[in-house]
Ligand binder design. Structure first.
Ligand code: NAD
Length: 373
């Protein structure tokens, strides 16, 4: 990493500020011990922004995010804002942020840590060592396609319409992200669609194949119908390395893959934009869990998904691969020592608060650094 990196932090609502506080300590540790220059500045997103500014994403915060090298979000939403106008609900701020920054590629790793293998509802023999990356197209497809809406027919029935639509460029840019990622992992991409029954799926398959032939022949490409992919994820998830798929199928398959790991508090994500002419790309990193109002303020939230999002930021925005690996290995080591937050607690383990988990990780990082010196 060269130069100073500006990170906008968005703690958001509920448990957000609690888990963000631990992520900030980790960033501080790397500045102190690795000479990185990671500068943070906080912004408001979600319910806290509605309270302060009347909208879930203010122009000032959006502008700040546009200028940042990366954005780290904790979580937004909660019952306090259940009754606000739908257009300005907390989640609308997050959707606007993704849309304004054109974050079209959503990366959702599903990794099973050895120490947590029993947290999965699947047999340990099926999920042990699991490490899948799902790349979901995030800004196109049926969630955005036109026409859409609900109309009343002449006979009084109502009719709901959504349109699944993809263009060549939308498919190619997300497939490119998947192929590039695969080259740095297991070198395999499985593309999932419904080419057997949907024209948009047929186009998806043709464009992914064409891109593969032209630029990524060194990567092993397979195609799978999305319904079969859903079954294979349960039957034999270890067959997958990178899965690339559209917005709708990605929504479902990435949640299914997440549940293979059995622990919501452990799962990070990244949403990336296109690489611009100056080499930079917009990037938002966030845990996949929500604001957990049921446990917010109790100091028992698991901060590791947010901290693993920091590891993704190191890897995908700052090319800090060594630091990312150290952070991920240290999390594995903390779990191997039997330290757990309440959500991943198991017999014989030591239950830690949010801040104690952060402290245990800092201690482990420092020990690993000392050992390496
Ligand atoms: P949730 O992910 O907040 O919580 C689901 C369950 O998992 C709860 O029992 C919670 O206590 C637990 N949990 C979640 N994160 C945890 C953590 N880090 N450590 C320990 N336990 C954790 O989902 P929900 O209850 O459906 O939603 C709550 C609010 O969050 C809603 O307002 C929802 O709209 C919002 N939400 C926001 C995001 C986001 O910010 N990206 C994502 C999902 C939900």
């Amino acid at each position: 990493m060269t130069g100073t990196k500006q990170i906008v932090t968005l703690p958001g609502d509920g448990l957000g500020p609690e888990v963000m506080a631990e992520a900030l300590k980790i960033l501080g540790w790397f500045n102190q011990h690795f000479g990185t220059k990671l500068e943070t500045s906080e912004g408001d997103l979600g319910g806290c922004s509605i309270d302060k500014h009347g909208v879930p994403l203010s122009d000032a915060t959006l502008d700040k995010c546009r200028k940042a090298d990366a954005i780290l979000l904790a979580a937004v939403g909660g019952p306090k804002w259940d009754k606000v106008d739908y257009a300005i609900r907390p989640e609308a701020g997050l959707l606007k942020l993704r849309k304004e920054l054109e974050l079209f590629a959503n990366l959702r790793p599903a990794k099973v840590f050895d120490a947590l293998v029993d947290a999965s509802t699947l047999k340990a023999s099926v999920v042990k060592g699991l490490d899948i990356m799902i790349v979901r197209e995030l800004t196109g497809g049926v969630y955005f396609g036109e026409p859409r809406g609900i109309t009343t027919l002449p006979d009084g029935q109502r009719r709901g319409v959504n349109t699944q639509v993809y263009t060549t460029n939308e498919i190619i840019r997300v497939a490119r992200v998947a192929f590039e990622l695969a080259r740095k992992r297991g070198n395999k991409v499985c593309s999932a669609e419904k080419a057997n029954v949907m024209e948009s799926g047929k186009l998806w398959r043709e464009e992914v194949t064409r891109l593969h032939e032209a630029e990524y022949k060194d990567v092993t490409l397979s195609h799978m119908y999305a319904d079969n992919c859903a079954m294979q994820l349960l039957r034999n998830p270890a067959q997958f390395d990178v899965i690339v798929t559209d917005n709708l199928f990605g929504d479902i398959l990435s949640d299914e893959a997440a549940m293979l790991t059995g622990s919501l508090g452990m799962l990070p994500s990244a949403s990336l934009g296109a690489i611009k002419s100056d080499g930079k790309r917009a990037a938002l990193y966030e845990p996949i869990h929500g604001s957990a109002p049921d446990i917010a303020g109790k100091g028992i939230a698991n901060p590791l998904a947010t901290i693993l999002s920091v590891a993704m930021m190191f890897r995908y925005s700052f090319d800090m691969h060594k630091e990312a690996q150290l952070l991920e290995d240290s999390i594995e080591a903390v779990l191997a020592k039997g330290y757990r937050t309440a959500d991943i607690m198991s017999d014989g383990a030591k239950k830690l608060s949010t801040s104690d988990m952060g402290a245990a990780l800092l201690e482990t990082l420092s020990a690993a650094k000392q050992k390496a010196a």
